[in-house]
Each structure stands twice: as structure tokens, then as C-alpha cells.
Write a protein that binds this ligand. Structure first.
Ligand code: SF4
Length: 345
């Protein structure tokens, strides 16, 4: 039976960065087989009315022939044109003189760039020296080409004062005025990110809500709905429902560079794996997708949110979370403990 639309993103080429906040989790780069893209789309074709195909799920345009690649992504898509989003490769922007023009040609009007403080800290969080300077150069190149940069800053206890300096630095660069000059607004926003993937390791230094510097509050994403861990524990302590992962109209599936298949919920760890496109029959994978039958989602249905809080919550913690991120954090803690227990027996 044919069902709704599919957005299918495949890690065909990898990523030049190793960000300490990466919600997907770090994976080795591997260029997949030349015909992997068509083969993967063909597996799903009988089951969906439309498929938007993306040849990347980590870094967009991280292949030298990105222009042809984009055309091929469009050709492989079924009854759909894949959207471009406000994302691009700053790695490529500073290395390839034609790339900014390509972004304009495909209609990208704004590009998000991620910072973690000033130079040394940003380089360390991106995982390579020169990252901060590349972000600044990318900002200039975007503006020169009539594309607005948008600065996203990840804040924690370690870098909170540097993020204030970064905000001031963006003001010194007159980015607001310069974006307005090309017909749009400059946006600077701050958040702590989810607590998945590599960012889980930053839980000990997650920003405490009372420690968010005052100058950053107007720029903090969804600040009115931000809670402390203590508030969420208190609210959910007796909750009998289970963690529900966000439902979207369009199904989004990720394929890693070894053909493992995942929903786009939280990180790409084994317990979240739906199966493998090469070794599991596609009929069975579709059944698991429709039934949400993965080890993680089965576990989520076997424990209430209240029990997760009672077992793994920190009722005295002032760390800042959005509700959905904290539910995922609790569930992933439970899954890790289950895996640990199994390995010990
Ligand atoms: S956050 Fe994005 S750019 Fe950074 S390592 Fe992960 S996929 Fe790559």
C-alpha cells in the first residue's frame, strides 16, 4: 500500500567537521558506492507517493561535483523537488570561489553558521583549527553575494561569557545593517542544543537557566518555554504516559554510509536503528517503519515518563532544557543503562 511522502537523506560523502555538540553523533566519513543513491531510492519507490532525495545528512555539498550532485538529487526524487533549506557548507564556501554563486542559483537566501564562542573555543568545538576564521570569511562571502548569514551560538557553562563577546563582535561587524542593505534581517540566536549524540557528553556543563547571561536572554531560542531540570522532574514525577517522539506529516528517514536505516529522532545509535537496507528485506523494514518497531521505541513504550524521572532525573538540577529534549535525554539514559546491564550479564 502506498503511503505518504518520504524525505530520504543519505550520508553519501560525510562531513569535514567533528563538532562537540553534533546531535547525530560522530561517524567516519566513507564515500558510498557510485550507484548507492539510485539503489536506495528504488528500494522505497514502491511504498511512497513522493520521495525527496538528499545525498547528504551531515554536510551539504561536501562533494566536489556539488552542482551535478544537486541535479542528480532532483532527478532521483520522485514527484518532488528536494527543498534546499538555509544550510550550506562553510568549509566549501571558503575553498571554492564558485560555491556562493551556486547557492544563489539554487535560491538560498540565508545560511546558518554555528559558533561556540570566540576563536580558540570555536575551533575546539568544531574539531579543527581555522574553523572560526572560516566562519567569519564565510560570513563576508555570503554578504558579498547577497546572501544573509544567520549566526547560531551554542551556549554552556564553559563558554557563556564568550557567547556574550560573540554577540558584541557581531554588532561590531555591523551585520544587522549589512543584512538590511541586501534586503533582509540578520538573526543571532543562542541555545544549548538537544542532549543527543555528542552533545550528551556535555551534560555536566549544560547551561543552568539562572546562569544564562542577561544580554543573551533576548536572543535565547524559545526562552519562555525553557525549564530547569528540577521543574521538569517535579512536573513529570507521577506521569503515567510514555515518551512520544515527534510526529511529522512527512516521514524522514536517514541512511548511514553502511546502509543502516534510522528515523530522524534523536541520535543514530544502534538501539535507534530500524534495520539495514542491504541485509534486511525491504518489506520487513517498511513494516518496522509503520509499526515504529525499533528497540528504542519498544523500550519507550515499556516505561512511563514518571518512572524515567524517578530513575534518572536530577531533581535538584538547574540545567536548562526544553521539554522534548529532556524527555529524549531521559529515554537515552534508560537505553544506555539497559545496554550496559546486558553487557555485564
Ligand atoms: S553538527 Fe553538522 S557539521 Fe558538525 S559534525 Fe555534526 S554533521 Fe558535521
Amino acid at each position: 500500500m502506498k503511503r505518504k511522502s518520504l524525505l530520504l537523506a543519505v550520508d553519501l560523502y560525510g562531513c569535514p567537521n567533528r563538532c562537540l555538540h553534533c546531535w547525530l553523533g560522530h561517524m567516519p566519513n566513507r564515500v558510498m558506492e557510485a550507484d548507492a543513491d539510485r539503489w536506495i531510492v528504488d528500494q522505497f519507490r514502491p511504498y511512497f507517493d513522493s520521495i525527496s532525495f538528499f545525498s547528504w545528512l551531515r554536510e551539504p555539498d561536501f562533494c566536489p561535483d556539488y552542482r551535478e550532485r544537486w541535479e542528480r538529487d532532483k532527478r532521483l526524487s520522485v514527484n518532488a523537488v528536494p527543498p534546499r533549506f538555509e544550510l550550506a557548507s562553510f568549509w566549501r564556501l571558503v575553498r571554492d570561489p564558485d560555491y556562493a554563486q551556486f547557492l544563489k542559483d539554487v535560491g538560498v537566501g540565508c545560511v546558518q553558521l554555528s559558533f561556540f564562542g570566540m576563536e580558540t573555543t570555536t575551533d575546539r568545538y568544531i574539531g579543527r583549527r581555522g574553523g572560526f576564521r572560516e566562519l567569519l570569511r564565510a560570513t563576508e562571502l555570503l554578504l558579498e553575494n547577497g546572501i544573509r548569514p544567520r549566526w547560531q551560538a551554542f551556549v554552556n557553562e564553559e563558554n557563556k561569557e564568550e557567547i556574550v563577546s560573540l554577540l558584541e563582535f557581531s554588532e561590531e561587524l555591523a551585520l544587522k545593517r549589512r543584512c538590511e542593505a541586501i534586503g533582509g534581517a540578520f538573526r543571532f540566536f543562542v541555545h544549548a542544543g538537544s542532549c543527543d549524540g555528542e552533545n550528551r557528553k556535555l551534560y555536566p556543563i549544560r547551561i543552568q537557566k539562572d546562569h544564562i547571561p542577561a544580554p543573551l536572554i533576548p536572543y535565547y531560542l524559545n526562552y519562555p518555554s525553557l525549564k530547569t531540570e528540577a521543574e521538569l522532574c517535579e512536573a513529570w514525577r507521577e506521569h503515567e504516559d510514555h515518551v512520544e517522539l515527534s510526529q511529522q506529516d512527512t516521514l524522514v528517514l536517514f541512511v548511514d554510509n553502511h546502509y543502516d536505516l534510522f528515523f530522524n529522532y534523536t541520535h543514530m545509535r544502534p538501539e535507534w536503528r530500524i534495520g539495514n537496507l542491504k541485509t534486511d528485506p525491504i518489506e520487513e523494514l517498511i513494516r518496522r517503519i509503520e509499526a515504529k518497531d525499533t528497540p528504542a521505541l519498544r523500550s519507550a513504550g515499556e516505561i512511563s515518563l514518571g518512572e524515567l524521572v524517578r530513575r534518572y532525573g536530577a531533581p535538584d538540577s538547574r540545567r536548562a532544557f526544553e521539554a522534548e529534549d529532556y524527555q529524549n535525554y531521559l529515554l537515552n539514559t534508560h537505553l544506555e543503562r539497559q545496554t550496559q546491564r546486558r553487557s555485564e550479564t
